[in-house]
Design a protein around this ligand. Structure first.
Ligand SMILES: Cc1cc2nc3c(=O)[nH]c(=O)nc-3n(C[C@H](O)[C@H](O)[C@H](O)COP(=O)(O)OP(=O)(O)OC[C@H]3O[C@@H](n4cnc5c(N)ncnc54)[C@H](O)[C@@H]3O)c2cc1C
Ligand SMILES: NC(=O)c1ccc[n+]([C@@H]2O[C@H](COP(=O)([O-])OP(=O)(O)OC[C@H]3O[C@@H](n4cnc5c(N)ncnc54)[C@H](OP(=O)(O)O)[C@@H]3O)[C@@H](O)[C@H]2O)c1
Ligand code: HEM
Length: 511
């Protein structure tokens, strides 16, 4: 393969701020003179773009605004001329390919075969493949590798496909600055990386074509892949708890007890009994894998053995599960604050008041009910505040400003405090109802009891793990100590019965 022939005499490393402020596509006349002068300067790098579509137009505008000479190659240059800034030259594909050192291929991959005649002029040059997959994993070979097979004397770099034509027009100010690149030539990637920086983006070298190109091509088509399981499990829990509440609170009193139908409960009351249960169970599921992982590490006596893949995947989805829990808890708080506003609540209050008057009850104050509500509301509010802190800390801009210890403190300790508060809130809400046989309708326990099972198990396991007999070996294991490499041997017994120099056998680890 020939050496890279980059007709790129000067690549600015960082784009000056002023450049970013300039309009993308300049009109003829005032203001464009200095740019024209810059572009006619022979030291200005030349970049070629094949194709005259949306991507080509946006990229050319951005390149021109960043001080590059742009040569656009089209099958019909005359027709396309008017679509480009006047500083860009629109010519035939062959002419464009021969003038530039870096050539962007802004065509759909099904048209790559039409470029076969350019093989010689493109030899030794850097070809940038910007194409995206049409459907995830439709092809086994990436478009970039297909292009590299077609042009074996060129250096193909995959990149810019994750940037939309719109982002190129507005510049990186509006969104993600990262541009993923991959390719087999380090030199070619460095050239494209420099170009990226000059356009105001941040290049990220992801590796070789064979390893990364297919993934990069699929990337823009993926729809929140890490959210699928957490969202589906949250929705699944919602359906299960909703049906459970419907059965206990709406259907059972109507069918079995012959009371008036209470379907009015479905939009607010049943939802507000369902959402908090989902929030609590999901929050517990964020901290459950930590306990399971600690248990496995303790039983195996090492942290170097892999966790089962289901646990690995679970651990990797804790952020999304946590945010789903936060969303459910926040909506539950809004619903709860709106409960007294409902007509049904007002009618019920009036009816109760009327009943009391008829029965001659002057004071309906019940001390323990007052305390129950004061306490469960207060703990609920605290739980939501702590969850809000976690949610704020998970924003990339905030997380980046925290060091590892601060982040772990917030996510691990404040998270556990939130789980404790939410569990207390639910326990206080339940008060003594767990012991009231009337609450077990259709032999089903009240919802809050079902929702409490996992959080209580997680909190008990964390308490157990904090006992010195478990916490100390766990801390040692997490620092790299391994039971299998821990040699046991006896030291000579000194006079008076002391062993060796007074050190215990347990101190001699990792010998
Ligand atoms: C609203 C909300 C937002 C969230 N946002 C995020 C987020 O942005 N990012 C995120 O990652 N999670 C997030 N989470 C999930 C959750 O807070 C974290 O995963 C949290 O770290 C789990 O805590 P844990 O105690 O179970 O951690 P564990 O993984 O059990 O860790 C416990 C301690 O052991 C240490 N440890 C664990 N494994 C090892 C090991 N193999 N070797 C050495 N030390 C080890 C840890 O550093 C930690 O100090 C969020 C949760 C919620 C509710
Ligand atoms: N649009 C985006 O936001 C975006 C973002 C990332 C990546 N991309 C990728 O960029 C590439 C181009 O996308 P686009 O949106 O710019 O497409 P487009 O608007 O359809 O433009 C494609 C260009 O290809 C040329 N062409 C069309 N038919 C052809 C044929 N039969 N043979 C040879 N050339 C032909 C045309 O240029 P001439 O007629 O001048 O030859 C046309 O302008 C695609 O691979 C896409 O995946 C696009
Ligand atoms: C501002 C914060 C909060 C307020 C104002 C609040 C308020 C309430 C109210 C009024 C109820 C009783 C609902 C009813 O009568 O049916 C309730 C129940 C409950 N709350 Fe909260 N809450 C808050 C936060 C939370 C959080 C953060 C969680 C868990 C993560 C949570 C979990 C629960 C649970 C599980 C129940 C029992 C539901 C049932 O079985 O009916 N709450 N809360």
């Amino acid at each position: 393969m020939r050496a890279i022939q980059v007709i790129c005499r000067k690549i600015p490393d960082v784009m000056p701020r002023e450049e970013m402020k300039r309009p993308l596509i300049r009109g003829r006349g005032v203001g464009s003179r200095s740019l024209e002068a810059l572009i006619s300067d022979p030291a200005t790098p030349v970049v070629g773009v094949l194709g005259t579509g949306d991507f080509s137009r946006s990229l050319s505008g951005r390149l021109v605004a960043s001080g590059y000479q742009v040569v656009v190659g089209s099958r019909s240059p005359k027709r396309s001329r008017a679509l480009f800034p006047e500083e860009a030259e629109v010519t035939s594909q062959k002419e464009a390919a021969s003038q530039a050192g870096v050539v962007f291929v802004a065509l759909f991959p099904e048209h790559y075969s039409t470029l076969a005649g350019l093989r010689q002029v493109l030899a030794g040059k850097v070809l940038v493949d910007v194409s995206n997959a049409v459907q995830v994993n439709l092809c086994r070979t990436s478009h970039a590798e297909q292009l590299a097979d077609m042009f074996p004397e060129s250096h193909v770099v995959k990149g810019f496909n994750t940037v939309s034509a719109w982002a190129l027009q507005t510049g990186p100010r509006d969104g993600n600055r990262q541009v993923m690149l991959c390719g087999d030539s380090a030199e070619a990637k460095a050239v494209v990386g420099g170009l990226c920086r000059a356009l105001g983006f941040a290049p990220v070298d992801t590796g070789l074509l064979a390893a990364q190109a297919l993934d990069l091509e699929n990337l823009p088509l993926r729809l929140f892949p890490s959210w699928r399981v957490p969202v589906l499990s949250t929705l699944g829990l919602f359906v299960v708890f909703y049906l459970y509440n419907f059965l206990r609170d709406v259907l059972h009193p109507f069918v079995a007890l012959g009371r008036a139908p209470a379907f009015y409960k479905l939009p607010v009351e049943t939802v507000n009994a369902t959402l908090p249960a989902v929030a609590l169970v999901t929050l517990a599921s964020v901290y459950a894998p930590g306990s399971l992982a600690a248990g496995l590490q303790l039983s195996r006596g090492t942290k170097y053995a892999r966790f089962p893949s289901w646990l690995d995947r679970w651990m990797g989805r804790r952020k999304q599960l946590g945010l789903c829990s936060f969303a459910c808890a926040a909506i539950h708080a809004v619903y709860s604050l709106c409960l007294p506003m409902r007509r049904s609540a007002r009618y019920k209050m009036l009816n109760d008041a009327f009943k009391q008057v008829k029965e001659g009850v002057a004071d309906s104050w019940q001390e323990d009910e007052v305390w129950r509500m004061e306490l469960y509301l207060s703990t609920g509010i605290m739980a939501l505040c702590l969850l809000s802190l976690l949610a704020i800390a998970s924003l990339p801009s905030v997380a980046d400003a925290l060091n590892w210890r601060e982040f772990t403190f917030v996510q691990s300790w404040i998270g556990l405090a939130a789980l404790t508060m939410a569990t207390l809130h639910t326990l206080l809400f339940g008060w003594d109802r767990a012991f009231d046989p009337g609450q077990y309708r259709l032999c089903l326990p009240p919802t809050f009891m079902v929702a409490l099972a996992l959080p209580l198990a997680v909190l008990c396991s964390r308490l157990a793990l904090s006992l010195p007999c478990l916490a100390a070996p766990l801390a040692r294991i997490r620092r790299g100590w391994e039971r299998s490499r821990h040699l046991r041997f006896s030291l000579p017994v000194e006079e008076g019965g002391a062993v060796g120099n007074g050190r215990s056998l347990e101190d001699i680890s990792n010998v």
